[in-house]
Every structure is written in C-alpha cells, then in structure tokens.
Design a protein around this ligand. Structure first.
Ligand code: SF4
Length: 63
C-alpha cells in the first residue's frame, strides 16, 4: 500500500502538514510528526503536504 513517510531527522516541526492534513499527520507525545494508521491515504491532500513541506521530508513509500 502507498503510504506517506516522514524523514523525522529533517523535519523542523513547522506543523504545516498537521495544519493542512490533520487526518494523516499528527504531532505525537514523543515530540515528532507521525503518520496516522489509515486503510488508505488521501492522495491529493498528502501530495499537497509534500509540496508545501519546507524541508521536503515527506514522501510516498510502498509498504
Ligand atoms: S511540513 Fe515537513 S517540516 Fe513541517 S512538520 Fe510536516 S514534515 Fe515536518
């Protein structure tokens, strides 16, 4: 399944992805952004988050 993936080492916690697509991206208790487990991911919203991430640290991965 196609799933978004975050390079947390590069993420600056700008919260852009959480603001634009909270159903997929979540700020967790450990202090970093994680991907919410979903049966399928909304392609358009995730593509927008990828496009707007200032660090280019979101990408699609195949699981
Ligand atoms: S948009 Fe990119 S840099 Fe900003 S919180 Fe999300 S993954 Fe991190």
């Amino acid at each position: 399944m196609k799933k978004p993936d975050i390079d947390i080492g590069a993420c600056t916690l700008c919260m852009g992805c959480v603001d634009s697509c909270p159903e997929v991206f979540r700020y967790n208790d450990a202090g970093y952004i994680e991907i919410v487990e979903l049966p399928a991911y909304p392609e358009k919203e995730v593509d927008e988050a990828i496009m707007f991430c200032p660090e280019d640290c979101i990408a699609w991965s195949d699981e």
